[in-house]
Design a protein around this ligand. Sequence first.
Ligand SMILES: [Zn+2]
Length: 238
Amino acid sequence: MYTEAPSESTGAGGAPKLAAPRMQPGLKSRLRTLASRALPRSVLTYRGVGDARRVALTFDDGPHEMTLAYLDLLERFGARATFFVVGNQCIGRSEILRRIVERRHEVAGHGFSHRAFPKMGIGPLHDELQRTTALLPPERATPRRLVRPPYGATSVRSLAVCAAAGYTTVMWSRDSDDCRTQAPDEIVARVAPADLRPGEIVLLHEGQSWTLAALPRILEALANAGWKAVTVGEILAP
Ligand SMILES: [Zn+2]
């Protein structure tokens, strides 16, 4: 099995990011169903549990100069979220990481170099996980170790390496498409509460002005519809 999810970015800053090509919707869905049935949730997960109106917003590719603006918006709406950060972008940004945790959000790794996990050998992948975790605040708000693979790319080997090192690989059930569009309206529509199911994990990205513009509208719509935005650690807990 080698699945490469259709989103994700390599760029930093405000420049438009390249998204990987879309996989056929039917194939993607079948692979996801197969993988999630075959593997325990502690190894690979796409969504949370429970029937409550809870959703986990996840922000990949930080930390970034814009992170504090994201945090301010989340705080304004009483929302909590999970930040999947890139190890080499954490260097020199420990203050930003500290603030994420201080505001009761969750922070976890998204690789050290943002290379696709299946393209790495066992040793280098293990090293990526450990080097990134070493840069995270020690009190990172959840006892469970989580990792979001860059590009959503996984393989049997990469899942096994992550699981053996104690990490749950966290994918997503809903892509905001904020790597494909810079139109806040479209991003807001992708995360509309009317289409959400309890326990969904939503993919969003840091460092993007269009995502930042969409965020207050997403958070307001969720709050008005009675949805609570929680961390991945919380949404995976029964
Ligand atoms: Zn990424």
